[in-house]
Each structure stands twice: as C-alpha cells, then as structure tokens.
Design a protein around this ligand. Sequence first.
Ligand code: 4AD
Ligand code: MG
Length: 430
Amino acid sequence: MKTTIAKVGQFVDQEVTIGAWLAGKRSSGKIAFLQLRDGTGFIQGVVVKAEVGDDIFQQAKNVTQESSLYVTGVVRAEERAPSGFELTVTKVEVLHVAVDYPITPKEHGTEFLMDHRHLWLRSKRQHAVMKIRNEIIRATYEFFNDNDFVKVDPPILTGSAPEGTSELFATKYFDEDAYLSQSGQLYMEAAAMALGRVFSFGPTFRAEKSKTRRHLIEFWMIEPEMAFVEFEENLEIQEQFVSYIVQSVLKNCALELKTLGRDTSKLENIKAPFPRITYDDAITFLQEKGFGDISWGDDFGAPHETAIAEHYDKPVFITKYPTSLKPFYMQPDESREEVVLCADLIAPEGYGEIIGGSQRIHDDHLLKQRIEEHKLSQDAYQWYLDLRKYGSVPHSGFGLGLERTVAWISGVEHVRETIPFPRLLNRLYP
Ligand code: 4AD
Ligand code: MG
C-alpha cells in the first residue's frame, strides 16, 4: 500500500511503501536507522541485517543524505518516536543518489544557510516553521469565513501610497509611475462599502532600510476591513482573531511546536480579552522604567515595545497615538483631537508589533484636509474620497503581519525563517 508518513497510523502492522528522502542515518554492522522525510512528516526506518539480508542492508547503509527513495516496510507503533510510529524496513529502492549534500549534520552559519535556503527548507526545523505558517493561514481563512467576512484581493500594482511615500518600490507602468503595494487597505475600504466585512491576504512591499529581526522587504499581510465597526469593536475582533490562530496552532501543530522546543504554556494563556494601554500611559510607564530619552510625541522603538510587552503575559494594545505619528486616514478621537483612534498590538516575548489598525476618517471634508496636509495628490485619491461622498459610514480595519506572527507563535528569533524565500536588505537570492 502506498501512503505518506502522516498517514502511517492507519496501517499499523501492515506493509506500506513511502516515497521519501533520506534526512540522516546511523548504522552499525547489524542494524541501520534511516531518518526519512516525505514532506508530510518524519519517521525512522529500521533496517535489520538478519531480516533483510546482505544486499538490502548494504544498499540501505550506503544511501547518501538527501537521496530519494521508495521505502517499503511494516508500520510499528513506537511510543518513544516523536510521531508515535516506526518503520521496519523490508525493501529500499533508490530513485536518485544525492552526492555531497551541502547541509550536513554539523553546525552551519546563518549566511551559509541563507545562501542555501532552497535546501535549508528541507530541515526538520524549517519544515516545522512552514507547517505552522500554513496552519495560521488556514485558521485565518476559517476564522473570517465563519464570521461572515468575504475574501477580497486588492491589486499589487498601485498608484497610491497608504503608509507614506518614503518606503515605496517604484516601477514603470507603461508611461505612468506605479508602486508595489505597501498595504491593500484603501482598496479594502472600498470593498467593505460593497461587501460589509472583508479581508485580504497578500504580499506587501516596503523599501525599508531596516536590518532587524522583525523587518522583511516583502512580507504577507492579512487586512480585514469592516463597515459600521468603530474603534472598540475593531479591537475586540483583533483579540478574537489572534486568540483563534494561537489556539488553532496549539491544537493542530503540537508536533511542530515540540520540534521547535516552543514553551507552549506561554501560548495556552493567549485568549481574549487582551490588555489595553493608552499611548499616554505607555509614555509614563516607560519614563518610570528609566527610559529617560522618550517623551510625548515620540514613536516607540523595539526596546520600548519590548519593555511594555514584558509587563504582560498576553499581547497588549497600545491605543490612541499622537496624530503626527500615524498615516493620514486615521479618525481623530472626538474628545482629544491630537490623538487618533488607532491601536498597535504588541506580541509578548519581544516579538514586537504584529498588528497596526484604526478607525478610518469617514468625513469627506476632514479627509480632504488630511490629504492636503500630507501633500498627497487629490487626483490619485479621488476614488478614495468618493467612498465618503456616497453613503459614508464609520468603519475600521487592521493589518496583521504574517511573518512576525509566525515568529512569535513558533518561537523563532528572526523573521527570515518564517517565509520560504525571505527578501531582506541585501538579499534577493535564492
Ligand atoms: O502597521 P502597518 O504599516 O499598517 C498598515 O499597513 C495598515 N494599512 C494596515 C491596515 O490597517 N489595513 O503594518 C501592519 C503590520 C505590522 O503590524 C507588522 O506586523 C507588519 O504589518 N509589518 C511588517 N512585517 C515584516 N516586515 C516589515 N517590514 C513590516 N512592516 C509592517
Ligand atoms: Mg505599524
């Protein structure tokens, strides 16, 4: 019976055949242990010379790392195996012999591994991170579909710059100037006026000259947008969503979290509601903590965010930032015009901001004024202003950065390991 490693549990004590690669091996004169992987999982194949005979044993012993194989064997329940099963090998058919696979079991430096990212992806650790990424995406679609959101795909080539003009990738669009999308938000606002509650999931681009463990040049963002939803309800939806994906990963990726050595007790606690702290109080808190360099009106850097996050065991919303620190489209607080109805969600354990969101301006005069103040072209935003001319409603939305969320939930230090082929400052290869 041909099957996969993920499904061997259905065939205990039966003979199966698996298409696999050799991830590693150990052997003595009488017994060989083959570490097999097939993409769905990892399993150990045990080859006993006395049982398979000389030829098959020698063949198994000589297989090189990352050679591709058809392995036939009997599935055994094995408590000590991480997956709970082992394969007693009866036959090995070598499909392709890999020679001198560069990523050996010894330690390699990060630059070397990044140069070999196309192969590094095969490692147990990278496999686990990609499976968790996939589970977060799956749970995202499930959460929004269950809550009556419609998936909408905003364009990647755009004429607008929602998050400011300093970090744009410009390109030619025939005779016009175009940019790679830095956020689908403005289009999602139009979609929300058509479909009520919408979400997008797609790549976004920031030409940021930042070389930190939280920054990618190309990253994937989930951007929900909701008509008739105001500031507080926006936060409630965010905390429900984030709790949902964390609990889904705990439920469906236990093996991967174990492979990564993730302390899951820290994740079990991630359930709505999340704490909220105003920007004002965050400034006071930081000053009391000894950050003498920060005062009202300043933006937070990574050390500030980490200090605030460390105070809580759940993600924390920092709300109502000064208007001057945020993009043009955010709704001012009615009782205090110098702050906007926004929130950043800061992940625990130093992973930084995973969500940026806000209520949007729905008054067309105020929006026009903001567009002028930010020196944006009225022409380019005419369609966006139309949304305030025809049936304008209070509305809100947010953007969750997928890679930072994967890093946090997986417990991996750097976002470069959370996307298959990271685009970083000075890295466009492989
Ligand atoms: O805070 P940002 O810039 O918000 C927006 O783009 C809004 N238009 C979203 C919206 O309201 N629809 O980005 C949102 C999130 C951040 O919180 C962070 O998680 C992630 O996107 N992010 C990055 N992730 C990796 N590398 C970068 N360079 C990132 N920049 C932002
Ligand atoms: Mg932000």
